[in-house]
Design a binder for this molecule. Structure first.
Ligand code: PAF
Length: 292
């Protein structure tokens, strides 16, 4: 019998168990990295784990579908929960600890009106505009996870670029004693950025989905070729997405450092092109840094 399949000893569900385990490592002066996830792990998550395995002595992966980052009518209930499969994948990677808490464990006073962390300035537009409260939910849960695990490193993927900036700002502004590590987007061979939500796509939509990345690249190449008429480029990209069958939510050329609208022509390497677009019921997210 595999140790992992029955009742994986490396999975804990309570703050107390997680703290005790991490404290043991820290007493031996081992460094710890946290990979926060909502589970349903794919190659993108695996790349986060592998990245911090090179940095830290111990790696903890949290799996928690955080209710406070989902708005009313969003897919909180439907979000894929695949804990046994995730645990098997993590065991295969030789991860040191999986922290899979309940909602009550993370929000002991309830998740209706928890103490929250808001990050003004970076959260009002792009994904924040169509998902009000989303980033407060994300910052609130990540702050709790960091306080529970107290890792030296925490890793976040560049696919959720705005989230990465929001969490980096939270850590910097609140002086949380952790180093934020960023990891590049992992894509399918046809360019589609990996996401747990890709599984909502029909076979037909899956064929269309890589057009999102191709459209971003069209804009990136135009910027690299010297175009600085950003609004016109955005409009062209928007039309291309609509023609392919998307309902774009946003498609924007922004500064890579702080996702501000460029008000003057900037060197290409300072820019990033970001988009969110609906394909049927699925909202896809992608970005390409022009320096790429
Ligand atoms: O990117 C995610 O999966 C989530 O937003 C995170 C960072 C795990 C917080 O719930």
């Amino acid at each position: 019998m595999s140790i992992v399949a029955a009742n994986p000893p490396f999975v804990v569900t309570t703050e107390r168990e997680a703290r005790l385990r991490v404290l043991e490592w820290q007493a031996e002066r081992q460094t710890v990295a946290l990979v926060p996830t909502m589970g349903n792990l794919h190659a993108g998550h695996i790349s986060l784990v592998e990245k911090v395995q090179q940095l830290a002595d111990r790696v903890v992966c949290s799996i928690f579908v955080n209710p406070t980052q989902f708005g009313p009518g969003e897919d909180f209930e439907a979000y894929p929960r695949t804990l046994p499969e995730d645990e098997r994948k993590l065991a295969g990677l030789g991860i040191d600890l999986v922290f899979a808490p309940t909602v009550k464990e993370i929000y002991p006073f309830g998740d209706e009106r928890p103490v929250t962390v808001t990050v003004p300035g970076l959260t009002e537009d792009l994904c924040g505009a169509s998902r009000p409260g989303h980033f407060t939910g994300v910052a609130t849960v990540v702050c709790r996870l960091l306080n529970i695990i107290r890792p030296d490193f925490a890793v976040f993927g560049e696919k959720d670029y705005q989230q990465l900036l929001v969490l980096s700002r939270m850590v910097e502004d609140l002086r949380l004693p952790v180093e934020v590590i960023r990891a590049p987007i992992v894509r399918d061979a046809d360019g589609l950025a990996l996401s747990s939500r890709n599984r909502y796509l029909t076979a037909e939509q899956r064929l269309v989905a890589p057009t999102l990345n191709r459209t971003l690249w069209t804009l990136v190449e135009a910027i690299q070729a010297g175009r600085t008429d950003y609004a016109a480029l955005e409009a062209e990209g928007w039309s291309a997405l609509e023609a392919a069958g998307f309902r774009p939510d946003y498609l924007e050329i922004r500064t890579a450092a702080d996702i501000k609208r460029p008000v003057v022509a900037l060197p290409p390497e300072q820019l990033i092109v970001l988009a969110a677009a609906w394909l049927g019921e699925t909202r896809l997210l992608d970005n390409v840094q022009v320096a790429d």
